[in-house]
Design a protein around this ligand. Structure first.
Ligand SMILES: Cc1cc2nc3c(=O)[nH]c(=O)nc-3n(C[C@H](O)[C@H](O)[C@H](O)COP(=O)(O)OP(=O)(O)OC[C@H]3O[C@@H](n4cnc5c(N)ncnc54)[C@H](O)[C@@H]3O)c2cc1C
Length: 304
């Protein structure tokens, strides 16, 4: 079995920054990434990144290209298409889809995944959670679209799509919005937007290349339907922590950590989105936490 000093799980900006800090502090590390490429969510950012100083990046792709030029990343040799499936809290054995490792320390930087709506499983007219309502909105020009959710991303998506769509239906499960005023105040300005409050989706039916969504009022139980061309779920994300059931979460799969990014057991650290919750998800926080975690590991090694 391969021995690893620091095993980093996840090749998003958090995991990659941890690898840079390992090299800087003289620790040997191995980065294991589930996908066939590094970058994680960076590849889904199609907006301008204005809050990761000093540069303003047109897209996440540009930031990733810069990151790939970093000397520590060029010599990293991440193990791609290899997912961590379990960490034994007692033996330090990490099992992946390809291998087993004996790790002194583990850093979990597995990010988040979008929540899905079980009632829409198999529906071919559900847009990917990575659909960009800025870059790809012209693709739905003149069509009817249902956006599902009541948070910032749902409202932002509805506002962006309304410029191109024939009609946007916003389906909200509760009777209030969770979005910032910046977005809620814009709703009234969108002439082709209909809002369906306290609405849940029961099922769907394909009808003449359109989708009939069978809806139900959460309050009264009254069924009704709308017909649309496309559906865009924007119902939030959850932490990718299913493979680590022994680690405590603070809800929705987000891993609990202390001030040094340690979980319990203390040799397993967590950082980035998987430990931050949706409200604090950001590139800068993931990068800062990577520094803190690796520096703490380095101090543990020097002064156990
Ligand atoms: C559309 C969009 C726009 C955004 N815009 C901004 C912005 O402008 N500014 C900003 O600061 N932030 C922005 N963010 C948030 C930012 O992208 C994230 O906070 C950041 O990328 C999180 O990095 P991470 O390394 O924690 O996780 P991720 O980037 O999600 O990386 C996690 C990696 O772990 C891998 N993985 C998952 N499970 C396993 C496993 N079991 N084994 C091995 N590997 C695994 C995944 O494949 C992934 O590559 C945006 C996010 C999105 C989606």
């Amino acid at each position: 079995m391969e021995h690893v000093q620091v095993l980093i799980t996840g090749g998003g900006i958090g995991g990659l920054s941890a690898a840079i800090w390992c090299q800087r502090l003289g620790l040997s590390c191995l980065l294991v990434e589930k996908a066939d490429h590094i970058g994680g969510q960076l590849l889904h950012i199609r907006n301008e990144i204005v809050d990761f100083p000093p540069r303003v990046y047109p897209h996440g792709y540009d930031l990733l290209e810069d990151l790939k030029l970093h000397p520590a990343i060029q010599t990293l040799h991440p193990r791609l298409e290899e997912a961590v499936i379990s960490i034994d809290p007692l033996t330090h054995i990490v099992t992946t889809t390809k291998n087993s490792y004996q790790a002194d320390f583990v850093i979990v930087a597995t990010g988040v995944s979008a929540n899905v709506i079980p009632a829409l499983e198999g529906c071919s007219r559900v847009l990917s959670t990575e659909f960009s309502t800025t870059a790809q909105a012209p693709l739905i020009t003149g069509q009817d679209i249902a956006v599902i959710g009541g948070g910032d991303r749902a409202l932002e998506s509805a506002a962006n799509l309304s410029k191109f769509a024939n009609r946007v239906d916003l389906l909200i499960r509760s009777h209030h919005l969770r979005a910032r005023t910046q977005w809620t105040t814009r709703l009234d300005e969108l002439p082709n937007l209909r809002v369906f409050w306290e609405t849940q989706i029961d099922t769907y039916e394909v009808r003449d290349e359109k989708i009939a969504l069978k809806l139900r009022s959460v309050g009264s139980g009254q069924p009704y339907e709308i017909v649309v061309d496309w559906i865009l779920p924007r119902i939030g994300v959850h932490g990718n922590s299913d493979s680590f059931p022994s680690l405590a979460t603070f809800g929705d799969g987000y891993l609990q950590t202390d001030d040094f990014q340690r979980t319990s057991p203390e040799w397993i650290y967590a950082l980035g989105d998987v430990s931050n919750g949706a409200s604090y998800a950001s590139l800068s926080l993931a990068v800062g936490q990577a520094m803190k975690a690796v520096k703490h590991i380095s101090l543990q090694i020097q002064h156990p």
